[in-house]
Design a protein around this ligand. Structure first.
Ligand code: SRM
Ligand code: SF4
Length: 560
């Protein structure tokens, strides 16, 4: 990488402009300058290359097969049918004929070549969706629980999340000049929240709606846990300092769960968020990028210090945290009746990849549904999709399309397969050490006979695969997780709960498939024999002492 630091690149970027315009015009290479590769993230895109053919291209003395990934900013993962059709058309025309639902309720396009990057960005914006701040050292796409029990709570939390996402956007015209050909200004706009250097690192926010923790609220830098009284959201418990990423062999990096620091009313949400963000801006570690996330700022300085810093900046004290209960962090598949008689259909999307294959025509099927659907779509944090707000008269039509295109088919037959997450990993992710998305069907095929043998096919278990320790599928909250170490080799992590409130523990290091299956077999046998009631696999492993609790686990405070 270049000698110039990310901090300098940001500071010298003229509000995120860099030399992106010039780089896009340069047809001699499919790549951008290194500094622009940093800056383009803030615009919602990453330069990648096709890793399956990297070596072949090198031998042919060709530059790597560069292309760009583009990520949307879709707070709460909501899109209309009209938007869906436009995104589908973009995936088909400019990308690799797939729409990828991410673990943060966004869409990703893969395989967009540089000469079509601008047209693709314009097409996305023509769908009234932008990509600004979907990546980069700023507040990213804001998540919202997509599986509400109470529909009015969902609408309120979504409105608050969308307002927050807007409030924390970088204040730059660069995005509009570069991608949408809007009039150029000199740069140097006032950036009141982020300042010239933006945040030390990425920043993530989620809104959870108890009793479902589908967003894994404690995995985020900042969380808002809806407190519902009399059917209305009266405010939120605020959690800070969660994060998943770590680096193999570097004890200075580790996953941590967020801690609840108090209660804020709905009116206080923006002030609290701004106080948390600016405290991290001013105190986050800018010297060591691997230690730059808010979780380390808090771990180094203490939660009490951080809470008072936030209150000082916000100008008010947080209230005492209020009671809440999370029951699970999974999605609820199939039809669910809303309060208003409208229904919502949650469909499984294995590893979030909507594409046409021999097994299911997910891209085509969803396109056909979008053509007739009058409600909206919600992406879930578990990489699935909800066809939301369906009147009774439309249900049969949607059911027929679901059946015709195999949209209700998961990656396997077990409850474990239905709840599985897998990050993208190879071939596009530049950081992948092992397969994840592409390995999921094979691993499920290996583990399902084992589950069947022990009578556990119907028992929900959270399986999470990540191609490296960065943890994009939030693997450290998996009851069973595989974290990539090398091709075909993983760290096997066990013992998280199914509510997103306990981290798992390293159980076997750097093992292949056979050793993973061998390690799980006796644990499944014991679990099947000794399970107490509806106890989860992770809870059982910790209770029985078969797996030791993660020493970094901070008890998630349910009530202050
Ligand atoms: Fe992630 C980097 C994909 C959610 C932690 N993540 C990446 C990159 C951009 C690789 C890179 O930097 O070159 C991956 C692109 C792969 C590709 O080809 O598409 C990538 N991350 C993803 C997605 C698409 C995974 C998925 O299968 O859905 C998710 C996109 C979310 C979105 O819409 O914004 C995604 N990433 C996450 C999550 C989960 C979450 O946020 O809830 C995490 C763990 C939570 C956290 O941030 O602590 C996560 N991604 C990382 C990290 C480690 C950050 C750290 O603190 O160390 C990296 C590497 C980095 O930032 O240096 C990373
Ligand atoms: Fe890539 Fe690692 Fe994230 Fe998977 S966990 S998408 S391999 S960075």
């Amino acid at each position: 990488m270049s000698a110039i630091s990310v901090e300098d690149i940001k500071a010298q970027s003229r509000a995120l402009r860099g030399t992106l315009l010039e780089g896009l015009a340069d047809q001699a290479t499919g790549a951008l300058a290194e500094s622009d590769q940093v800056l383009i993230k803030f615009h919602g895109s990453y330069q990648q290359d096709h890793r399956d053919i990297r070596e072949e291209r090198r031998l042919q003395k060709l530059e790597p097969a560069y292309s760009f990934m583009i990520r949307t900013r879709t707070p709460g993962g909501i899109v209309s049918p009209q938007q869906w059709l436009k995104l589908d058309a973009i995936a088909t025309r400019f990308a690799n004929r797939s729409l990828r639902i991410t673990t943060r309720q966004a869409f990703q396009f893969h395989g967009v070549v540089k000469r079509e990057l601008k047209s693709t960005m314009q097409a996305i914006n023509a769908a009234v969706i932008d990509t600004l701040a979907a990546c980069g050292d700023v507040n990213r796409n804001v998540m919202v629980g997509a599986n509400p029990q109470v529909s009015s709570a969902y609408a309120t939390a979504h409105a608050d999340a969308a307002a927050l996402s807007e409030h924390l956007l970088p204040n730059t015209r660069a995005y509009y000049e570069i991608w949408l050909d809007e009039e150029r200004i000199a740069g140097g706009e006032d950036e009141p929240i982020y300042g010239t250097h933006y945040l030390p690192r990425k920043f993530k926010t989620a809104f959870a709606i108890p009793p479902i923790n589908d967003v894994d609220v404690f995995a985020h830098d900042l969380g808002f846990i809806a407190i519902i009284e009399g059917g209305e959201v009266v405010g939120y418990n605020v959690s800070v300092g969660g994060g998943m990423g770590s680096t193999h062999g570097d004890a200075e990096t580790y996953p941590l769960l967020a801690q609840v620091i108090g209660f804020a009313t709905r009116e206080q949400v923006l002030s609290v968020a701004e106080a948390v963000v600016t405290a991290q801006r001013d105190f986050g570690n800018r010297a060591v990028r691997k230690r730059a996330r808010l979780k380390y700022t808090i771990d180094d300085r203490g939660i009490d210090w951080f809470k008072s810093e936030v209150e000082r900046r916000a100008g008010f004290a947080l209230g005492p945290a209020r009671p809440f209960v999370f029951e699970h962090s999974g999605d609820r598949f199939g039809w669910i009746e809303g309060e208003d008689g409208r229904a919502h259909l949650t469909l499984p999307v294995p590893a979030g990849r909507l594409a046409d294959s021999a097994e299911a025509s997910r891209l085509t099927g969803m396109r056909e549904i979008a053509r007739v659907h009058r409600g909206h779509f919600r992406l879930t944090a578990n990489q699935n999709v909800i066809i939301a707000d369906v009147p009774a008269s439309q249900r049969r039509r949607i059911d027929l399309l679901v059946a015709r295109h195999g949209l209700d088919r998961g990656v396997g037959r077990s409850a474990l397969a239905l709840n599985a997450l897998a990050c993208v990993a190879l071939p596009t992710c530049g950081l992948a050490m092992a397969e994840a998305e592409r390995y999921l069907p094979d691993f499920v095929a290996r583990i399902e006979p084992l589950l069947a043998h022990h009578g556990l096919t119907e028992v929900p278990m959270l399986l999470r695969l990540s191609g490296c320790p960065n943890g994009c599928s939030r693997p450290y909250l998996g009851e069973i997780a595989l974290v990539g170490k090398a091709p075909g080799r993983y760290n096997l992590m066990l013992g998280a709960d199914h509510r997103g409130q306990r981290l798992n523990t390293l159980f076997r290091e750097n093992v292949g498939e056979a050793e993973i299956i061998e390690a799980l077999d006796p644990l499944f046998a014991r679990f099947a024999a000794e399970r107490s009631g509806q106890e989860g696999f992770g809870d059982y492993l910790i209770r029985s002492g078969l797996v030791a609790a993660n020493p970094r686990q901070i008890a998630v405070r349910l009530v202050a």
